[in-house]
Design a protein around this ligand. Sequence first.
Ligand SMILES: Cc1cc2nc3c(=O)[nH]c(=O)nc-3n(C[C@H](O)[C@H](O)[C@H](O)COP(=O)(O)OP(=O)(O)OC[C@H]3O[C@@H](n4cnc5c(N)ncnc54)[C@H](O)[C@@H]3O)c2cc1C
Ligand SMILES: *[C@@H]1O[C@H](CO)[C@@H](O)[C@H](O)[C@H]1NC(C)=O
Ligand SMILES: *[C@@H]1O[C@H](CO)[C@@H](O)[C@H](O)[C@H]1NC(C)=O
Ligand SMILES: *[C@@H]1O[C@H](CO)[C@@H](O)[C@H](O)[C@H]1NC(C)=O
Length: 497
Amino acid sequence: MAGSLAMLHGLLVSGFFLLFLNAEVLAVAQAENHPGTKSHSRILILGGGVAGITAARTLHRNGFHDFLIIEARDEIGGRLRSHTFGEDTTVELGANWVQGTQMGDGPSNPIWDLARKHNVRTVFNDYSSITTYDESGPANYTSIINDAIENTDKISELAGKRVARNLVDLNARAGYSLVGAKPQSAHDKVAEYFSFDWEYADTPSASSLAAAGLVRVSQDAFSDENRLSIDQRGFKALITEEAKEFLRPSQLLLDSTVRTIRYTRSGVQVTLSNGTSISGDYVLCTFSLGVLQNDDVTFKPRLPDWKMEAIQSMTMTTYTKIFLKFPHKFWFNTEMGLFADKERGRYPVWQSLDHPKFLNNSGILFVTVTGQYSERIEALPDQQVQSEVMEVLHSMFPKTNIPSPSDFFFPRWHSDPLYRGSYSNWPASFTRDHHDNLRASVGVRECERLWFAGEATSFKYFGFLHGAYMEGLSVTQEMITHIHQSQCGDEGHFDEV
Ligand SMILES: Cc1cc2nc3c(=O)[nH]c(=O)nc-3n(C[C@H](O)[C@H](O)[C@H](O)COP(=O)(O)OP(=O)(O)OC[C@H]3O[C@@H](n4cnc5c(N)ncnc54)[C@H](O)[C@@H]3O)c2cc1C
Ligand SMILES: *[C@@H]1O[C@H](CO)[C@@H](O)[C@H](O)[C@H]1NC(C)=O
Ligand SMILES: *[C@@H]1O[C@H](CO)[C@@H](O)[C@H](O)[C@H]1NC(C)=O
Ligand SMILES: *[C@@H]1O[C@H](CO)[C@@H](O)[C@H](O)[C@H]1NC(C)=O
């Protein structure tokens, strides 16, 4: 009995081994058929966004040149994504601001450093340059906006006190109520939206109070200045120009969509949508939280429960900019406009690119929606969204003869399988341990082959470009230390939260 079991086991093992060998041979053969695709790299970096490019630069600076970035799109930059609008103007569909610069000789935002290094054209965006409207046209509720901003400061103070005492997290809605802010009117609601949702792309009830406090404090670490990119190369120039300084063509594979990530005790194997396999010793996955949540990529074996729970417990939200181009400017001369609809979150924040500071005489105006409202409009045909937006403009400017837009565009981040949303948000049920697990590497019997980095893995700066940058840097440094120290050894995670 025992003997035949052992024999059976032996057969299974060699069968398995053969299968594995076949796959390897196939991968090599495929690679040989297609010069430019290497079959094996020491480190595979999945995704060519800010985290992926920063990871590559970190490897390069540490003398690791045997790495390969695999990116689905035909360019790098990820959520730094521009679009040619109205024939010849570059607008930003994704990230648009450097959020926090530098105070005196204090710490600087690394994104600000890159923007300056590569002469990316950014302009200070004055959030107090704002004209307010409601369903009956212009309406002055500036003082309500100021109150809302004060209330948001109060909830971060409350958050700080609670975190210091190690109290349970609440949602930001509870925080607002506890500081006495209970928005009732359309004006109250849009003012709160402007000071909260417009940043988090999510509602106060869906957001953690503790994290809201943290984000405020973190942002002030650099400065509270927000600079809007109007660079006609695209805001992405900060990372594409940086990549040109070190990245070799053989280290970047574009137009290559990852379908499967296999990890074993001895290495990793990534399979692309066209069947090609590429192997490596380690893999750094920088795909968005939304991609990880939606099974667009399959992990073999499936990720451990502690990892799955962390991935599914943070939120991927959506922030949507809707662009309109008109033959001439007929709207406010401030940098922004606010529209108070009875329905909270209905086409609330308007920004004028046609402003002497930005793209003067461009005729371009855009409005932002977030969260559930973004998901709603993504499901509608463009034409319907355009008529809703035009209807709002007619409410804001009842006495104006509004021309038809000559161009109209908005991106669908939530439905895009390469993103599944715009950025992460921290809900109240998500804990610090969950977040550590989201960031932790995954191993097979203590061999940590699979690493994760991206905006979502940043504890202090989740959601931001500088969060993606800092994670690309620090996770890669940790991976390098791990590689140098030993082949194996658990990096640590919480088995249960
Ligand atoms: C609308 C919007 C507005 C924003 N505004 C700001 C802002 O003003 N300021 C700010 O600091 N931050 C802002 N952000 C956030 C910022 O853009 C992100 O935090 C940052 O760009 C994330 O970088 P990343 O490298 O972590 O991820 P990504 O940029 O998503 O990089 C991951 C890469 O993986 C690729 N990929 C995905 N799936 C696959 C696959 N299966 N196979 C191969 N490749 C794949 C993607 O194409 C992408 O290039 C905004 C984001 C959005 C969407
Ligand atoms: C709006 O009201 C405030 C006072 O609440 C005032 O200071 C400001 O000048 C007014 N703005 C306009 C455009 O009338
Ligand atoms: C599959 O994709 C890789 C990477 O983009 C490419 O090099 C290769 O030529 C493709 N193979 C086939 C069969 O199309
Ligand atoms: C912006 O355009 C207007 C004409 O519409 C012009 O008067 C003004 O000088 C321009 N401002 C700048 C800074 O270019």
